[in-house]
Design a protein around this ligand. Structure first.
Ligand SMILES: Nc1nc2c(c(=O)[nH]1)N(C=O)[C@@H](CNc1ccc(C(=O)N[C@@H](CCC(=O)O)C(=O)O)cc1)CN2
Ligand SMILES: Nc1ncnc2c1ncn2[C@@H]1O[C@H](COP(=O)(O)OP(=O)(O)OP(=O)(O)O)[C@@H](O)[C@H]1O
Length: 217
């Protein structure tokens, strides 16, 4: 036996289980309230990092990315005629898809915007078309003043972050998850965001509902 046989490495390899399965807890702690506390803390910091990075992007770069996202949305949705699509009023550097919305309306599509009714409750979707009155809602986001409550066929959800399993990290209100869980029929759910918003995992929890697709630019 040569001396080299013992020099190849450690008797047992270091444990990388925690890198393979996010649920794996090296200290054997059960996936319980303590783990959710950790995930919540992690999500809060990760949201801040991702929003800061997005806000630092130049307006030109954002507009170019938004073009790519708009093309991806058109491809995913197909002919807009007869479809009711929920968009969002952009804020905090989210892609501004209102120009794309106008094109879709010209091609026969109809739109709605999400409205926060109360924290801890599902969003309401209100039908809206350009020119109809808007008012300031939660976080100063503009929402339709009147439009009837509707159930869209397609829901476009802006992501703060997303992972390879199509899970979405949002702003922490749990609104889209609660809304999708409460809808009578499942809409086509399209997450949209910038490529930099991709992260390894959002540490999905039982309440997190994956998007059907994530469209990036
Ligand atoms: N443009 C746009 N409109 C949108 C959404 C969106 O993601 N983008 N929403 C998508 O859902 C809804 C609004 N989402 C919201 C999510 C959280 C809070 C909020 O008050 N957050 C708490 C922090 C919560 C926590 O971290 O525990 C806060 O800021 O104090 C408000 C609105 C509807 N409209
Ligand atoms: N279907 C649901 N029923 C009850 N509580 C829920 C539901 N969905 C989410 N929540 C709660 O909402 C809170 C925020 O969830 P989460 O971190 O997933 O928000 P988010 O998806 O980033 O936010 P948003 O959708 O508003 O942008 C959590 O405390 C979660 O337990």
């Amino acid at each position: 036996m040569s001396d080299n046989d013992n020099a190849r490495g450690y008797a047992s390899p270091p444990c990388f289980m925690h890198e393979l399965t996010p649920e794996f807890q090296p200290d054997d702690r059960p996936a319980d309230a303590a783990a959710w506390t950790d995930v919540k803390r992690w999500r809060k910091a990760e949201r801040q990092r991702l929003i800061d990075a997005r806000m630092a992007m130049s307006a030109d770069a954002r507009a170019a990315r938004t073009e790519t996202i708009a093309a991806g949305l058109s491809e995913a949705i197909g002919a807009p005629r007869g479809k009711l699509i929920s968009l969002y009023w952009p804020f905090k550097g989210e892609p501004d898809l209102r120009g794309w919305m106008n094109d879709m309306i010209a091609a026969g599509g109809r739109f709605a915007l999400p409205v926060v009714i109360q924290s801890g409750h599902p969003l309401e979707f209100r039908a809206w078309a350009p020119g109809e009155p808007l008012e300031r809602g939660v976080w100063n986001i503009l929402v339709p003043s009147n439009g009837p409550a509707v159930y869209p066929d397609v829901v476009i959800a802006p992501v703060v972050g997303f992972d390879g399993e199509n899970y979405r990290l949002g702003y922490g209100g749990g609104f889209f998850d609660r809304t999708l869980a409460a809808m009578p029929a499942k809409p086509l759910v399209l997450g949209i965001g910038y490529t930099e918003a991709r992260i390894a995992t959002i540490y999905p929890q039982a309440h997190d509902i994956p998007m059907d697709r994530i469209i990036i630019g």
